[in-house]
Design a protein around this ligand. Sequence first.
Ligand code: UDP
Length: 315
Amino acid sequence: MRVVITGAAGFLGSHLSDRFLAEGSEVVGVDNLITGNADNLAHLERETRFTFVRQDVSRALTVDGKVDGVLHFASPASPIDYLEHPIATLDVGSLGTRNALELARSHGARFFMASTSEVYGDPLEHPQRETYWGNVNPIGPRSVYDEAKRFSEALTMAYHRELGLDTRIVRIFNTYGPRMRPRDGRVVSNFIVQALAGEPLTIYGDGSQSRSFCYVSDEVDGIYRLFIQGDAEPTNVGNPDEFTVRQLADLILELTGSKSTIVSMALPTDDPKVRRPDITKAREKLGWSPQVPLREGLKRTIDWFRERERALEKR
Ligand code: UDP
């Protein structure tokens, strides 16, 4: 197979590129590097089956030669990133999705849309099943991401229904692991970086809001299975073990042995109060369920951040 992965220099895109390469595929990675990081692909420099194209997929996306799959992972994905790039976020979810769908259509390729649990907004149904329509503020600061992804899903379904394109939609829940940007603002990377630096851990609000954290190798495995054997309807892929932000902070303090304190900061607007996937569909249709518990995944992620710091000090 030869697949195109947009957002290949991002956290998930780079791990997904590795997975396709490990399965024997050729990968064309596309990224404009606004939030992606070329370092995430440095290990592929000599990999002849990997090609990198620096391009803004919201403007254009053309790839020569055979294409069997187009996986659209390009988008700012952390709240602070999409608040900093609101228009680019809307563009990549609308124009970018359109360009990626057209690329798939022109090559007769399968299309795979990286959607998100954010389509459920601040959910009134808990845990969230794929049948839930969501509770999204259409004009709030998060809407640039939530609505762009909801539009992406609608456009993907339209290409499927009207043009018969072979499509997939994954709804990705909070994912963590090596290659997260240290200051990308997400809770796992923030807390680990703060704990290792002896800085206070910044809990937004009272820390009673919950998330369900999936280790990146599990997430990528679910995504790969969905690409190969899934159907066109959206599928949740995430870890259903739910933790409050406060519990996460305590666990990271324990695992790092850090003496950091905890400070409370303002809760961002429209921050979802709870989030947990119902993964019945992924279990039944893909034979997939997460294998790495939070404690184990956090240990690996903490080790990676420690290594990274050591490598930077040596430079
Ligand atoms: N959060 C926090 N402290 C931080 C970063 C995030 O308490 O330094 C909270 C945030 O308000 C949210 C949860 O942690 O309730 C997850 O935030 P993240 O940005 O990782 O992902 P989200 O699920 O909001 O997209």
